[in-house]
Structures are given as C-alpha cells and as structure tokens.
Design a protein around this ligand. Structure first.
Ligand code: ARG
Length: 463
C-alpha cells in the first residue's frame, strides 16, 4: 500500500531511485513562506464560501503559522519522500490539525506551485531592484569622485574621442535603470493569481477566486483583484519564468560589459584604474600579480545567466498543454538566476566602491591629438567645407602626421594648408582638450556642463 498523498490507486510505492530522482523539496523548500501564504489565503476563501468552517480555517491558520516559524528557525524536518515543499507542509499540518484534510479542497499542486512562483517573482523583483540601485549608487559615487578625469572613448577598441570618465560610467547607470524598469515589468506580469485553476480545469466547487487573489495581494492599482483568465494556460504558462530569467541575463550582459571595461582599464596596457585589493586576487606563482578576478567572474556569471534562460526556453518549447512534470525543472534555473544576480550586483558595487582612476596615465592617453581629428573635420565644416570633403582632408592630415612621424597637433600650419586652404592659423585651437569638451553641449553629450547635469539628475533620482 502506497502511503503517498496520491497513493489510493497504487499497490506499490515509488522506488528509492524514483524518489530521489523526482523530489524537488531540496530546492523548492525556499518557497515555503509563499506556500504558507497561499494556503492561508486559500483556506480563508474556503471558509468565506462555506466549504470549511471559520473554526477549521482558524485551526489551519494557527497550524500553518507554527510550521512557518519552525521553518524560519531551521527546525522543520524536511522529508524528500514527500516530494516537494507543498506535500511537506501539508503533511506536517495534517499531523497537527484534523482540518488540514480539507485544505487541498478545490486546489491542485499545479495552481499551487504557479501561485508560489508568482509570489516569489513579485518579491524577487523588488530584491533585485534594491541591488541594482546599490550598484547605481556605487557607479555614481565613483563618477562624482573621479568623474572629471578624461579618457579616450573607444569604438572597435580603438581610441576614438575623448570623454569624461563620469560620462562613461553614467552609461551603465542608464543600463541599470532600464534593467530596473524591466524587473518592475516582470513583477507586473507576475501579478495574476493562478489559484482556482485547479489541475487544469478549475473545480465544480463554488470557490471565489477573486477573494483569494485579494488576500494574496494580486490586485491592480485600484485594489481590484487580478485572476488568470484561462485555467489551462494558468497551469502550463511559464512566460514569467522566462521573462525573469531574461531580465537577469540582460543585467548580466550589462555587468559583464562593465567588468570587461574594468579589466581592460586595470591592465598595464591601459592603466586607467586601480581596483580595490579586496576584490582582486593574487597569483600562487607570480608574486607581482594582482588579478581582477571579481570582474572576470562577473563576465563568467553572465554566461551562466544566459544558460539559465536557455534552459527555461528549451524546457517549455515542446510541451503539450497543460502541466507536465518537466516543469518542475523550471525552479533551479530561476533560483540560480536570482541568487547569482543578487550576488553579482553586490560585487559590482563592492568593486566600484574601492576603485580609483589613475589620473596621470589617463591624462597621458587622452593627450593623443588624434582623438580630436573629428573635431578638426567639424572645424572645416564651420569654415564652409562639406563634411565628406572635410573627412577626407583630415584623413590626409592624419596620414601626413603619421608618415612624417609628428603628432597631429605638431604639424606646421603651412604644411596642412597645402592640403586644404580652409585650415587657417587657428586650426590648432581644435586640439585644446578643455575647449573641445566644452563644445559638446547637446542633450546626452559629454560636455562638462552636460555631464554635471546628468550626475545631478542621477543624484536626485537615487536619493
Ligand atoms: N513539485 C511540482 C513542481 O514543481 C509541483 C506540481 C506537481 N504536480 C503534479 N501534478 N505532479 O512542478
């Protein structure tokens, strides 16, 4: 005789191997508090519609609260033979409260697990948002400390045009801000209550789905309950899982690019930044080494976040409606994405917080006059030369500098005038770095005033 909750029609229990193969309590136990909240709301609804008495509801609530406390205190005994978090809690409740036998009325683990996960997503998105804000604060702090330092901006990893470090760092403030909006969108998409969908086809019992939704906070801005609209979709749908993993993978892409910038900047070849000892490691062999391991791991974790997303997409793509046990595999990648994203964002903040720009080598790099070749083309445009022609002319000036082994701004005016007469005596003023920066006055440009305004905006936003 099978002792499992579903054992009525079985004459043999599951094999040992099947138990360890199919259990999920080892990872879904972290849903316990959401599962308890869901069961409390569900039993409140059952009492509200008269399927259980108020007394039974109260007993169930007291029992669930006690179990919740034991779990929080680490005193609850989890049993893998009971498969998952839902069965473990229900079983424990049954041992304490006779009314527990009525808790699963009009409910399936299929709508139950969908509810637990939606509650998890709403909570997790808020947690990640706080970490993203923390990372933004660290970016802003470094931008305010060392931000006026100029460095070459790059395209194709070739020196392109000069920018303030603050402008470069503020680019990541924008990325993280979009990430925050994305997580808030995921939380909104999670905000529909699955309970009442049953296994796939609802129930014949007179339940009140709206009541349950309200009790669990699945409501719109005006407090109206939001319940899912198709019972089959409800138990089969894993869209929010994919969306959450997507948002995590994209955060990962962002912090991976930041990490790559920091790795390059901290190399002897660039020497733009000194990363904090506390987030670097040494070599077991080479005594001189200080390696940017936190950044390299951030890059590596980004791959892992993408892997989790791929797992979820692949898992869902071939499944017939509705619930299939494959879907139990949806939780490890989601939890891993959450845990890793949380930790990575804290590491981003920690690494940035102790970092300092290396002013002398930044100044040396940005002194390269070729960085202002585009400004020279603009100068020609201002003197009436069409841009395409100006581009060509400056190209010839750059070539002359290169072939004669002279820096661009050290060429003789007479020589450049031979290339184009519009290059007047004041052509050389173009290479004044401060002046060049100050002329970039449009919205989103790296002029010092604009950058200052940008930082002020972020300071206010993050206050
Ligand atoms: N542990 C299961 C999961 O995570 C809960 C749902 C089980 N439903 C079922 N019909 N076996 O998916």
């Amino acid at each position: 005789q099978n002792q499992a909750t579903w054992g009525g029609r079985f004459s043999a229990g599951p094999a040992e191997l099947m138990l360890s193969f199919s259990e999920s309590v080892s990872f879904d136990r972290r849903l316990a508090q959401f599962d308890i909240a869901g069961s409390k709301a569900h039993s409140a609804m059952l009492a509200h519609v008269g399927l259980i008495t108020a007394k039974e509801r109260n007993a169930i609530h007291r029992g669930l609260d006690a179990i919740g406390k034991e779990i929080a205190a680490g005193k609850f005994e989890w049993n893998t033979a009971l498969e998952d978090v839902h069965m473990n809690i229900e079983q424990a409740l049954t041992q304490r409260v006779p009314a527990a036998a009525k808790l699963h009325t009009a409910r399936s683990r299929n709508d139950q697990v969908a509810t637990d996960m939606r509650l998890f997503f709403k909570w997790a998105c808020g947690e990640i948002d706080a970490r993203l804000e923390e990372a933004q604060r660290a970016l802003l702090a470094l931008a305010e400390l060392d931000g006026e330092v100029m460095i070459p901006g790059y395209t194709h990893l070739q020196r392109a045009q000069p920018v303030q470090v603050a402008h470069h760092l503020a680019a990541y403030l924008e990325m993280f801000e979009r990430d925050r909006a994305r997580f808030s969108g995921v939380a909104k998409h999670a905000n529909w209550c699955p309970l009442g969908a049953g296994a796939l086809a609802g129930t014949t019992l007179p339940i009140d789905r709206e009541f349950t939704a309200k009790a669990l906070g699945f409501v719109d801005e005006r407090g109206r309950p939001r319940v899912t609209q198709n019972s089959m979709d409800t138990v089969a749908d894993r869209d929010v899982f994919v969306e959450f993993a997507t948002a995590c993978a994209l955060v990962g892409t962002h912090f991976s690019r930041l990490a790559e910038d920091l790795i390059l900047w901290s190399s002897s070849e660039f020497k733009y930044i000194d990363l904090p000892d506390t987030f670097c490691t040494g070599s077991s062999l080479m005594p001189q080494k200080k390696n940017p391991d936190s950044c390299e791991l951030l890059r590596g974790k980004a791959a892992r976040l993408q892997g989790n997303l791929t797992t979820l997409l692949t898992m869902a793509k071939g499944l017939p409606l509705t619930y299939n046990r494959d879907l139990q595999e949806d939780k490890p990648p989601v939890f891993d994405s959450f845990d890793q994203t949380m930790m990575c964002l804290a590491v981003v903040a920690g690494t940035l917080t102790g970092a300092r720009m290396r002013r002398e080598s930044c100044a040396r790099a940005v002194a390269d006059p070729a960085l202002l070749a585009t400004d020279l083309a603009d100068y020609l445009v201002e003197n009436g030369v069409p841009f395409r022609e100006a581009h060509h002319v400056v190209g010839a000036v750059v070539k002359l500098a290169e072939t004669s082994g002279v820096p661009l701004d050290k060429l003789a005016t007479a020589d450049v005038q031979k290339i184009h007469p519009a290059l007047k005596a004041d052509w050389i003023d173009v290479f004044d770095l401060k002046r060049a920066a100050a002329r970039r006055i449009g919205t989103g440009m790296p002029g010092p005033k604009q950058v200052k305004r940008q930082l002020a905006r972020w300071r206010k936003h993050l206050a």
